[in-house]
Design a protein. Structure first.
Lengths: 310, 246
């Protein structure tokens, strides 16, 4: 059985009359990248604060690396790294000084500390600029440095709160690649909050979708896609009549058929073949120009679960 | 705990030096200006009275307060403004290391700079007015200066941290702190003046009855009680959850 890095049972956190986290029950195995997806204000950041022992739960309990968050906050923070809502870098310090500070905080021995700082800065392509003041850096570089800081003491688990938010696509891709490579190399469990679904799809072995503090679904991205429905076909062309739709809906392999923006969308059951359906359309008088068949994306799953709130 | 305190002090002092844009431009206002005024200009102006006047300890108790007021206001409010506080709170540092590390950095800076000013002042007075004679504070005066300047620095640190923990911005913290220090400095003076003449005479009689050391000891005891109370209040106020949400 895989050991859980994070386990929550009915976790609740209220702020006055607002319930930020609502009976959250999760189990995240050690050694994976877990994506926590949700719209803004859905409770992702509050969940991280609860898991780090920075906030007390109103009800329920949570365990991180085997420590209860109510009683073991110090032990949890000792073993975890975090990149929170803000990079949290000292902008008057250089990159090296920022890491030096956190190396001292985590009591890394002086020689090992210097080697580790060099290793991380080199890996992230920041070594040449290590003596520059961080305040003059781009947001992408600051985020990279904050990731290095989170990994500096070789934690068992790191929390990354929307690490690519506000980055341009190139910087986001670079950070994502670095993150994946570092997580693989260090064997660290990553708890990543994001509303970038491409990011979640590329990085995460498991995802959870949260909305208004409630966990709507959790599992491998493929499982979630399967739960959202089977494959879908999109037919581009003309002449899709109501009669034709009725014929399609009557077929055993078709779950649903609708016309949207002039395109015919067909939800298929299981691994149904599309060729007989196209034949039926053509023989019924439709003019078919193009047919696309694919799985539901994580974005479809997310939009279905969150009711289209991005 | 000691290593964590040292780490926090290292961070605070480095930030302080870099606050003006670099070590060189940071050093000028933080070190050279106070040392120039208190170590050279004033002793040069006052001559032998600089080491002989019994009122000198009052000056040395006041100096660390003035030196550290703006610095200590930044301690928590500044971290909050610059969005570094939550990351620090999410680290392994214990609450007390963060709180007392910041206070020790302020005390160390204010007290250290005051004692350095005392030494430079002595060198200045001896160079200009010594004429072959060694001018020094008397041993009781030396002990009083050392103790009062420490208590003054501690007062600034404890009051400042308490204010900074509650303030939304550095500016707000600085304003509240300046008002607090003024109240602490002038409150007793105006308070004494407001007393009926008979009470004031009785108090003066009681203070001078035990010799010249008694008023100094009473002031030091009062400052110690105030410093301890403010420190306990700051420790009670320091709560990770409250700071995380602030």
């Amino acid at each position: 059985m895989t050991k859980a890095a994070v386990r929550t049972e009915g976790l609740v956190r209220d702020f006055g009359t607002v319930r930020a986290v609502d009976r959250l029950s999760l189990e995240i195995p050690a050694g994976i990248i877990f994506g926590f997806l949700g719209p803004n204000g859905s409770g992702k950041t509050t969940t991280i604060r609860l898991l780090l022992g920075l906030l007390e739960p109103t009800e329920g309990r949570a365990e991180v690396l085997g420590f209860d968050t109510r009683t073991g906050g110090d032990a949890i923070r000792e073993r975890c790294g975090a990149l929170l809502e803000h990079a949290g870098l000292y902008e008057r310090f250089s990159a090296e000084e920022n890491l030096e500070l956190y190396g001292r905080i985590w009591r890394l021995p002086a020689t090992g500390r210097r080697a580790r700082i060099g290793e991380l800065l080199t890996h992230l392509g920041l070594w040449e600029r290590r003596r520059e003041r961080v305040g003059n850096w781009s947001r992408g570089m600051k985020q990279k440095l904050a990731v290095a800081r989170a990994l500096l003491h070789r934690p068992g688990l790191i929390f990354l709160d929307e690490p690519t938010a506000g980055l341009d696509p190139i910087a986001a891709t670079a950070l994502r690649d670095d993150l994946a490579a570092l997580a693989r190399r260090e064997g660290v469990t990553v708890f990543l909050t994001t509303h970038n679904l491409v990011e979640a799809e590329k990085l995460c072995a498991q995802v959870g979708v949260i909305r208004e503090g409630k966990l709507l679904a959790a599992g491998h991205p493929d499982e979630l896609r399967a739960r959202a429905g089977g494959p879908q076909a999109q037919v581009i062309g003309r002449g899709f009549s109501e009669g034709m739709l009725a014929l399609l809906r009557a077929r055993a392999e078709v779950a649903a058929a609708t016309v949207q923006n002039g395109h015919l969308l067909i939800d298929l059951k299981g691994e149904a073949e599309i060729a007989p359906i196209v034949n039926l359309l053509v023989s019924s008088g439709a003019q078919v120009e193009e047919v696309r068949k694919g799985k539901a994306s994580l974005e479809d799953v997310f939009l279905t679960l969150t009711g289209g709130e991005g | 705990m000691i290593a964590d305190l040292r780490t926090m002090m290292w961070k605070e002092w480095n930030e302080l030096l870099l606050q003006q844009g670099g070590v060189r431009s940071g050093l000028l206002p933080m070190l050279i200006l106070p040392l120039g005024i208190m170590g050279v200009f004033l002793p040069w102006q006052m001559g032998r009275a600089w080491v002989e006047s019994p009122l000198t300890p009052a000056l040395w108790a006041w100096l660390p307060l003035m030196l550290t007021a703006s610095l200590v206001a930044d301690s928590f409010a500044g971290e909050r403004e610059r969005h570094t506080l939550e990351t620090l709170l999410a680290s392994r540092l214990p609450d007390r290391a963060i709180l007392f590390g910041k206070m020790c950095a302020v005390v160390g800076y204010g007290w250290g700079l005051t004692l350095l000013s005392v030494l430079i002042g002595l060198v200045t007075v001896n160079l200009i007015y010594g004429r072959g004679e060694l001018l020094l504070y008397s041993p009781p005066l030396t002990a009083t200066i050392i103790a009062l300047s420490l208590l003054g620095a501690w007062l600034s640190a404890s009051a400042g941290v308490l204010v900074s923990l509650r303030a939304a911005t550095v500016r707000q913290a600085q304003q509240v702190l300046m008002i607090t220090i003024m109240l602490l400095l002038f409150g007793p003076v105006y308070g004494l003046q407001a007393l009926p003449d008979a009470w004031r005479a009785r108090l003066a009689g009681w203070l001078t009855a035990g010799g010249p050391a008694k008023p100094v000891i009473v002031v030091m005891a009062l400052l110690t009680v105030i410093d301890l109370t403010l420190t306990v209040l700051a420790a009670a106020r320091f709560q990770r959850a409250r700071l995380t949400l602030s």
